[in-house]
Design a protein around this ligand. Structure first.
Ligand code: NAP
Length: 309
């Protein structure tokens, strides 16, 4: 029995040792060294080259190295009948909450203005309202969105979330479904996108959505690049309707050097670092799921293929 591993970060010996610590009889192979495809029963990966998973006739389950599973569904040949597990982890959530808090505070306190003013040697105050009077909205109130909402609540921000189904998160106003999106947007001064990438959420951060935010709103996108229509963001920033944006994820990563977002004075860019799952936790989770798959149990954090996340 073998597991096929693929990640852009190369730490093959570490992964082999860590997985075998939990499942001693597991053989770990590293793409592209598949060996005999018949031997592979599990895959632990992020963005495996298209078609590879479909070429493994005895694959029993696939495990994502991260919270997102869009990389599986992007592969047109992905075998959709396979059980898929993703990472839900306290440390992953904490790291995302840190990122969200950092950038909400930057927008709340108008840091992008002061950065620009510093470049121009301008001393000009603009006082922020108290956090309790700052309305923050999170698109996606799942594992990461809920963690971020609770962290923002600790700072007393006025927090709401939007999801497919209604949520009960203490102190956080819950909006659900397409019918409640406009009301959610109308009250949101700082918008964070923590939606998974699906057909429905592709291009959600668009001209139409920006127009429903109040004048001067800011956006933070640590979700996925294709959720943002980049030109619509540039237009909304240039017209002054949006005040600033922080982007962690992009259509093309690394963001091409010639992309105008790099030089936009109202855009702050981070290189897809908002949060990462700690490898020891991912390995332990994958090991637990191998044991579960072997005994025919439901996987931990199993994804609903119909919902796509
Ligand atoms: P999750 O637990 O599955 O939560 C997703 C949330 O989005 C849920 O509340 C879900 O609603 C909502 N949602 C999905 N589709 C929707 C739709 N069409 N309309 C309204 N709401 C919708 O996912 P997560 O673990 O929080 O992760 C979210 C995403 O963050 C990942 O998929 C990944 O793309 C991204 N991420 C980025 C980084 C980074 O470093 N930048 C790191 C980790 C993850 P229901 O609860 O009602 O189903």
């Amino acid at each position: 029995m073998a597991l096929l591993f693929h990640s852009k970060i190369k730490r093959d010996d570490w992964w082999r040792a860590e997985l075998k610590k939990h499942v001693p009889d597991l053989e770990v192979r590293f793409y592209p060294d598949i060996g005999n495809p018949d031997d592979i029963e599990f895959a632990l990966c992020f963005a495996m080259p298209h078609g590879v998973l479909a070429s493994l006739p005895n694959l029993k389950a696939v495990f994502s190295l991260g919270a997102g599973v869009d990389h599986f569904f992007e592969d047109p040949e992905f075998p959709r009948h396979l059980p898929i597990a993703r990472v839900i982890d306290e440390e992953l959530t904490d790291r995302m909450s840190e990122y969200v808090l950092q950038h909400v505070l930057n927008h709340h306190r108008y840091q992008h203005r002061y950065d620009q003013q510093q470049r121009e040697h301008i001393w000009k105050e603009k006082h922020a309202p108290a956090a309790r009077n700052r309305k923050v909205g999170i698109l996606g109130l799942g594992a990461l969105g809920t963690g971020a909402a609770l962290t923002l609540k600790m700072m007393n921000f006025d927090v709401a979330g939007w999801s497919r189904s209604k949520k009960e998160v203490k102190g956080v106003e819950s909006f659900a479904g397409p019918d409640e999106l406009d009301a959610f947007l109308a009250r949101t001064e700082i918008l964070i996108c923590l939606l998974p990438l699906t057909e429905e959420t592709t291009g959600v951060l668009s001209r139409d959505l920006f127009a429903k935010l109040p004048e001067g709103a800011a956006i933070i996108n640590p979700g996925r690049g294709p959720q943002l229509v980049e030109q619509d963001l540039v237009d909304a920033l240039d017209s002054g309707h949006l005040s600033a944006a922080t982007l962690d994820v992009f259509h093309t990563e690394p963001l091409p050097k010639e992309n105008p977002l790099w030089a936009h004075p109202k855009v702050r860019i981070t290189p897809h670092v908002a949060s990462i799952a700690a490898p020891d936790r991912v390995a332990a989770l994958a090991a637990e799921n191998i044991l579960r798959a072997r005994s025919g149990e439901i996987l931990l954090n199993q994804v609903d293929p119909d919902k796509g996340y």
